[in-house]
Design a protein around this ligand. Structure first.
Ligand SMILES: NC(=O)c1ccc[n+]([C@@H]2O[C@H](COP(=O)([O-])OP(=O)(O)OC[C@H]3O[C@@H](n4cnc5c(N)ncnc54)[C@H](OP(=O)(O)O)[C@@H]3O)[C@@H](O)[C@H]2O)c1
Length: 126
């Protein structure tokens, strides 16, 4: 998680939102001892993800929870996207993947459409 994705949990007093997983929060400002189950990473998140991939042998064991700024920094290492869409026009917002205009192609591997208009799409990097 980036701090922006972690912050909503923190604001409600939840310091270990995914206690069943090893948790890393990328932030230069968060205090390092926020929770014993959370490792705060002030440095390069790409290096961290590459280490984790080497350790696990598969990028699919690493779950990027977000948000958009962190996703932009980690785009070179994103192998799969799970994209939820909703039938709502919301106006401006936070980019799903922040960064410079630089299209990266993915293929649709799976798509589930629900009766209420929500879709869940799994995309794999081409
Ligand atoms: N729909 C979903 O499934 C989903 C999932 C997760 C999050 N979200 C949403 O995403 C939003 C947050 O996204 P966001 O783009 O604003 O924030 P973000 O990427 O989660 O966090 C940004 C913060 O994380 C740290 N950070 C991120 N990338 C870094 C990098 N490359 N190097 C160093 N530090 C880095 C910085 O904190 P410091 O300033 O402390 O250094 C930065 O201010 C929230 O609204 C959340 O609800 C949605």
């Amino acid at each position: 998680m980036g701090l922006g994705a972690y912050r909503p949990a923190l604001d409600t007093g939840i310091t270990s939102p995914y206690a069943h997983l090893r948790q890393y929060v990328v932030s230069t400002t968060l205090e390092p001892d926020v929770d014993p189950a959370v490792t705060v990473v002030p440095g390069d998140p790409l290096a961290l993800v590459r280490e984790l991939k080497d350790e696990t042998g598969s990028g699919l064991d690493v779950w990027l929870c977000g948000g958009g700024r962190l996703a932009g920094a980690l785009l070179p290492e994103i192998d799969e996207l799970l994209l939820k869409t909703y039938p709502v026009v919301a106006g401006s917002g936070i980019p799903m993947v922040d960064g410079a205009f630089d299209p990266t192609a993915f293929d649709v591997a799976e798509r589930t459409a629900f009766p209420n208009g929500v879709t869940l799409t799994r995309l794999t990097r081409r």
